[in-house]
Design a protein around this ligand. Structure first.
Ligand SMILES: [Zn+2]
Ligand SMILES: [Zn+2]
Length: 374
């Protein structure tokens, strides 16, 4: 996997990160395998307190396949490029946006989905102070969006003057560390010391930033890790000897001691990976990020004026999943070998308005006329 663009904080600790992960996995495997009377040992349910040591091939295959799958998923995301933005990327975006020049025009239009002319109209209105003739469609106004033919609402939503003169509707205010204005939804990661496109969070467990280019791989890793730990739990649980099969109550711990120890190790891992999978699946289908959800409109400048469930970048359920799985993650470009030269950050744009009472629940599954998710 190319590491040329990875920051020192990630590359230096790469060996330790792998080693920590493998050791913690091997400890889990060792505990599971050494737990007696489980279904991993085919003779585990033999009566008269006798058990054989023959391995059950099916249970062993389940355990090994799920563990190896989680290792592969870990390898695929650990140390991957989350979408580090360089000045070249920003110049390229500007060339495309302002001059119709540069590489990746089709790609940008495909991904952002919003009409470029509409976006330009917004900017023009802001500069000249004209408020009329917006030609808005359907649905009513929400809080903070409206007034003066939507001009005020738009400015509020965009963060108004806080964003400064460099704001062009698709760039954030300049990053003081990188000295350029990254695209909307990008954020400067303090650990990596780089701006990351569609920043989600810096994960210390994998010692890698999670952003536009590897969020899907991170979700897959959480899924496979959860599967592996639940398989381990099912094996460990099968070794539990019920009290009615134990003649003397005082020997319960003797019979179930390893089940307890293994459970104490594996259960927290299973719960953590499952919660992580559920959370990031939620972020994927709603096209939002940990950074945006945790910061909210108070801390994230470009969310200014939004409410908790507005999800301004959502393209509907299927659109969000398509974006998340296909357009955002660039894993497939690793095969072509020139991923760095071809990748360009997604140019997110603020929507013209926030719709909160739509009748189209498919396009607005989170907040519509019929229900609200929060
Ligand atoms: Zn930066
Ligand atoms: Zn980072």
């Amino acid at each position: 996997m190319p590491t040329t663009l990875l920051p020192p904080a990630v590359t230096k600790a790469r060996f330790q990160t792998y080693a920590f992960y493998l050791v913690s996995n091997l400890v889990a495997l060792l505990l599971v395998v050494s737990t007696p009377n489980t279904r991993l040992w085919s003779g585990s349910k033999v009566a008269n307190d006798q058990s054989t040591s023959a391995l059950n091939g099916e249970a062993l295959a389940e355990l090994l396949v799920s563990t190896v799958a989680s290792w592969v998923a870990y390898w695929a995301v650990q140390g991957s490029n989350p979408g580090y933005i360089t000045e070249k990327h920003v110049e390229e975006i500007k060339a495309v946006e302002e001059g119709g020049m540069g590489r990746g025009v089709d790609e940008i239009e495909l991904i952002t989905g919003d009409s470029r002319s509409d976006c330009r109209g917004d900017i023009e209105m802001r500069r000249t102070g004209r408020g009329g003739g917006a030609g808005e469609e359907e649905e009513g106004e929400g809080e903070g969006v409206g007034g003066n033919d939507n001009l005020e609402g738009r400015l509020t939503w965009h963060g108004g003057s806080e964003l400064g003169d460099t704001y062009k509707g698709y760039l954030r205010k300049p990053c003081t560390k990188c000295s350029f204005s990254p695209p909307l939804r990008a954020h400067h990661c303090k650990v990596c010391d780089r701006c990351v496109a569609t920043f989600d969070h810096h994960c210390f467990f994998i010692n890698t930033c999670v952003g536009e280019r590897n969020h899907c791989r991170f979700l897959l890793y959480c899924f496979f890790q959860a599967c592996a730990t639940w398989v381990a739990i099912s094996v460990v649980n099968s070794g539990h000897v019920p009290a009615k099969h134990i003649p003397k109550a005082s020997t319960w711990l003797e019979k179930n001691g390893m089940v307890v120890v293994s459970s104490l190790y594996v259960w927290p891992l299973a719960l953590f990976s499952t919660v992580m999978f559920m959370v990031h699946l939620g972020l994927a289908v709603s096209n939002t990020t940990t950074f945006e959800v945790s910061g909210g409109s108070d801390k994230v400048d470009y969310l200014s004026g939004t409410k908790e469930c507005d999800l301004p970048f959502s393209k509907g359920l299927d659109g969000n999943l398509k974006l998340f799985c296909c357009a955002r993650d660039a894993a497939w470009r690793l095969v072509s070998g020139d991923e760095e030269s071809r990748w360009i950050p997604i140019v997110w744009r603020a929507p013209k308005r926030i719709i909160r009472d739509s009748e189209d629940w498919w396009e607005h599954p989170w907040e519509n006329k019929y229900w609200s998710c929060c």
